[in-house]
Ligand binder design. Structure first.
Ligand code: G4F
Length: 327
């Protein structure tokens, strides 16, 4: 039986990855903050079935606790380590991003150093992001596109990517990087735009009222489905050689498309409920972030299975079900 360690197991991707690896027969270990574990034990995480985490081995180790990390990695042998934990809000002002940059880079470095010291044969997955391309000069982007990060988060991810590459090239570790574009699900946190919209559509459709304030509804992204993307993470670590892979659908949609799909599915006309406000606007994007996933499809057979419309409708359905249980 293979044994995997997931950092950030209480997040959207950690949840789906744990579920997927358990279905493949893995023994799954997860790192979480003490508060995250308290939430799991007290059943306080929204809609998280406690059974999933009961099947995992959870360790209350913060990633900035270097001795704790060393103790764990020196005592349990892992076959695969998926490093997903990171502060991850792109909209944060660069000038406020000290913690994001420091924590994200230091945690990646700690983890790589500990694995290299105690179990250099453990395969390491680094969760890269399209934010590493930031403001690219061409679309779609692929593994050769120059990195041009424009947020604290993006800068921290570029540094993590180079750390993973250095441990791969200089130390011989199996480090695979997934450069993932936006990926969503009913477990997406509400500050991200898809979930913000599906929650509002569900709330208004179930009589909760209110209006939805968004930034630029013409902003476009390449939105995929989180459960599809965790399959890509596993494929990357189980490939013959450690490489970097873009994981994307290659299809662009606008924020207005999400509104149209979500509100129509809830039986509403989005134009009657949504307004744009400068508060949520970000710097204008000249070239859209959309990925060319040809390498991962050709080399591992991975491809997305759930469409944008299916995903947004499923998110609305899940939020409607939540609203009904609350009322
Ligand atoms: O949902 P978002 O906040 O996601 P964003 O910034 O693209 O980041 C997500 O995807 C990245 C992968 O590419 C990850 F690296 C990152 O961790 C995270 O998962 O915003 C999506 C788009 C942006 O263009 C934003 O400007 O929606 C636009 N937008 C328009 N109105 C809004 C809003 N975004 C948010 N959050 N809230 C709005 O009201």
């Amino acid at each position: 039986m293979k044994r995997a360690l997931i950092t950030g197991i209480t997040g959207q991707d950690g949840f789906y990855l744990a579920e997927y690896l358990l279905s493949l027969g893995y023994e799954v270990h997860g790192l979480a903050r003490q508060t995250g574990l308290e939430h799991i034990r007290g059943n306080l995480l929204q809609d998280v079935p406690p059974e999933l985490y009961q099947r995992c081995h959870l360790h209350a180790v913060n990633l900035d606790n270097f001795p704790g990390l060393y103790r764990l990695v020196s005592s349990i042998p892992f076959d695969e380590c998926y490093h997903l934990a990171a502060s991850s809000f792109v909209g944060e002002r660069l000038a406020d991003g000290y913690q994001t940059i420091q924590n994200n880079i230091a945690s990646t470095h700690y983890l790589l150093a500990a694995l290299n010291e105690f179990q250099p044969g453990c395969r390491f997955y680094f969760a890269g992001s399209s934010e590493m391309f930031g403001r690219p000069d061409k679309a779609p982007q692929d593994e050769q596109t120059p990195m041009n990060p424009r947020s604290a988060y993006g800068i921290s991810k570029v540094a993590g990517y180079h750390l993973a590459r250095n441990y791969r090239e200089s130390m011989g570790m199996f480090c695979g990087v997934g450069i993932l574009y936006n990926h969503e699900s009913p477990r997406r946190r509400p500050e991200f735009v898809t979930r913000k919209i599906t929650l509002a559509a569900a709330r208004i459709a179930t009589g909760g009222g209110g209006r939805l304030q968004l930034g630029n509804v013409e902003a476009r992204r390449d939105w995929g489905h989180a459960p599809d993307y965790v399959r890509a993470m596993h494929a990357i670590l189980n490939h013959d050689e450690p490489r970097d892979f873009v994981v994307a659908t290659g299809i662009l949609h606008s924020v207005a498309d999400i509104c149209e799909t979500a509100f129509a599915h809830a039986g509403l006309d989005w134009r009657e409920h949504v307004e744009s406000t400068a508060d949520f606007y970000r710097e204008e994007e000249q070239v859209p972030l959309t990925g060319n996933a040809e390498r991962i499809t050709q080399e591992t057979g991975w491809r997305p299975t759930v469409t944008f419309e299916q995903m947004i409708c499923a998110m609305v359905d899940a939020d409607m079900a939540r609203m009904r249980t609350l009322s």
